[in-house]
Design a protein around this ligand. Structure first.
Ligand SMILES: [Zn+2]
Length: 278
């Protein structure tokens, strides 16, 4: 599932390709991609609109248009939002929607599992998208700090499930929570409230650096994720624990273990990420 670094990369790679372009045609091939809009109204509202810029909040992409409406896209499990310079490029089987530009290129939303969603609404009504409205702080924003993280982790829940909770902190998913906790040497099942000040500082630093490194590598492509220009990411080559159960820890050679936390598989090194440090 695309997480913050992948969605940020899609944004960064699409900006030079689609900002300033005007939409000539809009096709919705999978109507359920629009949970809140009617297909006919949606296409009528999108035609002739120009893309002014693209922003990201958590795992949501927000397209500012030259109208009072905001286009919001969530890629969910397998969504790909890719610009095709040529309209003649064959349409992928699982294409949910296509936005054609006057100069001939197309922005296509391809989604194999079909959980991805598109919304079009005035920004005064964004509260209708509850997952967007209730997002916690952006971990790469100036507002995020060790002090804010201290308040976020104060809970009896496991630190892994706190970090996965989009209401607590925006944008982290299963891959990056595992990597961040490994980097901070914190056992994923530790209750958040048991973390000491030094551990919270280490966690804060690892959240920021792992996300920055993953964005620099254009995200992690395990299977479906593509950048806005159709490339794969590179961070899968830099993962240290995620998906590595049974392999040697890069730090200490102990075998990486896998466990379930809140129904998600979690990977960790039982030696580097000891519950009891004594
Ligand atoms: Zn280790």
């Amino acid at each position: 599932m695309p997480e913050l670094p992948e969605v940020e990369t899609v944004k960064q790679t699409l900006i030079p390709l689609v900002v300033g372009k005007r939409i000539s045609e809009c096709q919705v091939l999978y109507p359920r991609v629009l949970p809140k809009n009617h297909v006919n109204e949606f296409t009528a509202d999108m035609i002739n609109r120009k893309i002014i810029t693209i922003c990201r909040r958590g795992k949501y992409l927000l397209f500012l248009l030259d109208s009072k409406l905001l286009l919001v896209i969530h890629l969910r499990m397998t969504g790909q939002l890719v610009f095709y310079p040529e309209k003649s490029a064959p349409l992928a089987k699982h294409t949910s929607a296509v936005f054609t530009f006057y100069d001939g290129g197309e922005l296509r939303f391809v989604d194999q599992r079909k959980f991805g969603t598109i919304y079009l609404m005035p920004d005064s009504q964004l509260h209708i998208i509850s997952g967007l409205y209730t997002l916690g702080p952006e971990p790469l924003s100036k507002e995020f700090s060790s002090e804010i993280l201290t308040k976020i982790v104060k809970s009896g829940r496991s630190i892994k499930s706190i970090l996965l909770d989009q209401k607590k902190i925006a944008g982290l998913g299963n891959i990056y929570t595992d990597e961040v906790l490994y980097r901070a040497r914190i056992h994923p099942k530790r209750p958040g409230s048991s973390l000491e000040t030094a551990e919270i500082s280490a966690l804060y630093r690892s959240i920021v650096t792992v996300l920055q490194e993953a964005i620099a590598a254009k995200g992690t492509t395990i299977k479906d994720y593509r950048t806005g220009d159709g490339d794969r990411g590179n961070f899968q080559n830099k993962l240290q624990v995620y998906g590595k159960s049974g392999e040697a820890c890069p730090t200490c050679n102990t075998l990486i273990q896998k466990t379930k936390i809140s129904g998600r598989s979690s990977h960790f090194c039982p030696n580097c990420q000891r519950w009891d440090k004594s």
